[in-house]
Design a protein around this ligand. Structure first.
Ligand code: 13P
Ligand code: SF4
Length: 307
């Protein structure tokens, strides 16, 4: 039984009952709306969701997150039916590079391996060398023998990796996340002035000037872990606001300050009614060509090997 069953609404309980009846594992990203996070079996960052999908023995997986996360779940466990309740929930940054522009870039840097951030389409990963997430980008790039490395598509994450690995020459694609580039030094300074003594923890998709004035840079899962383990009581949370729900729930003794306006509209497209409908109809499912799945899996497996 789900641990929150006693405090759930009627719709939430119906969802849990159907998930159990139909053998569905519900995975939700940290940016999902609170009521969706609360019915999930697992809430996590991109890496946690990929690993839980890979290791799941259940017949079906419902992925509440953006489309590349659902494609990743299907790729790492293709025998399962993977349901993505709102296929229009996509990551604009993942669509900022396509297979043709990557081929052009490779021609200009023929000896450089391509590291594809997990926020890319399955087609792009299938023609890249190794995947990474925000939790392991530095580790993955540093595991490569080559000095020159192509990093796609997030320019902020690419710059952060470059700052951590001065011995590498990173060719950075000019993609960005509109939510994280909207977080500014002024936002952080205002919150620091209002809450003196707070620690600042930010996501590496933030601009470098924001990263430079922060105490810790981490994936959403790493941000939560930092808040749990650090001795401070108050934290400024430099990422999409959804993470704060999980922080407040799992770390009730501490205080969290989100950045006003840091909202990913695509992550918010999935509601309880969408999930209920999906469980009733067991659709829409993620369908991918075998060739794309194979290429995508090779890229993801190289990441798992580098960890
Ligand atoms: P995480 O993997 O750190 O959760 O990041 C995913 C994402 O989309 C950040 O915007
Ligand atoms: Fe994509 Fe940014 Fe939304 Fe994450 S927060 S899913 S990177 S648009």
């Amino acid at each position: 039984m789900h641990p929150d069953m006693d405090v759930m609404s009627a719709v939430q309980r119906r969802i849990r009952d159907l998930a159990m009846e139909k053998d569905v594992l519900i995975l939700a990203h940290n940016y999902q709306v609170p009521e969706v996070q609360d019915i999930a079996d697992i809430v996590g960052d991109s890496l946690v969701l990929a690993l839980k999908a890979r290791d799941s023995k259940m017949s079906n997986i419902l992925l509440a997150g953006v489309d590349f996360m659902a494609e990743t779940a299907k790729t790492v466990n293709p025998q399962r039916r993977v349901i993505h309740p709102v296929p229009g929930a996509t990551c604009p940054m993942a669509n900022m590079i396509d297979v043709d522009s990557l081929a052009d870039l490779r021609k200009r840097h023929p000896n450089a391996p391509v590291v594809a951030y997990v926020n890319t389409t399955a087609e792009v990963k299938a023609v890249s060398d190794v995947c990474c997430t925000s939790a392991n980008a530095v580790q993955v790039v540093s595991s490569l023998d080559e000095e020159e490395v192509i990093f796609i598509p997030d320019s902020n994450l690419g710059q952060y990796v470059q700052s951590m690995l001065p011995g590498k020459r990173i060719v950075i694609w000019p993609g960005h996340c509109h939510v994280h580039t909207g977080i500014t030094v002024d936002d952080i300074k205002r919150l620091k002035a209002a809450h003196p003594g707070s620690r600042t923890v930010v996501h590496p998709e933030c601009p470098m000037d924001v990263i430079e004035i922060s105490d810790r840079v981490a994936s959403t899962e790493g941000m939560l872990k930092y808040a749990l383990e650090d001795g401070s009581i108050e934290f400024i949370v430099g990422t999409e606001e959804g993470l704060v729900h999980r922080m407040r729930k799992e770390i009730p003794g501490k205080i969290f300050h989100p950045i006003s306006g840091a909202v990913c509209p695509n992550m918010k497209k999935i509601g309880l009614e969408d999930i209920l409908r999906s469980l009733e109809t067991m659709s829409p499912t993620v369908e991918m060509d075998d060739e794309v799945i194979d290429g995508n899996r090779r890229c993801l497996e190289r990441m798992f090997e580098a960890l």
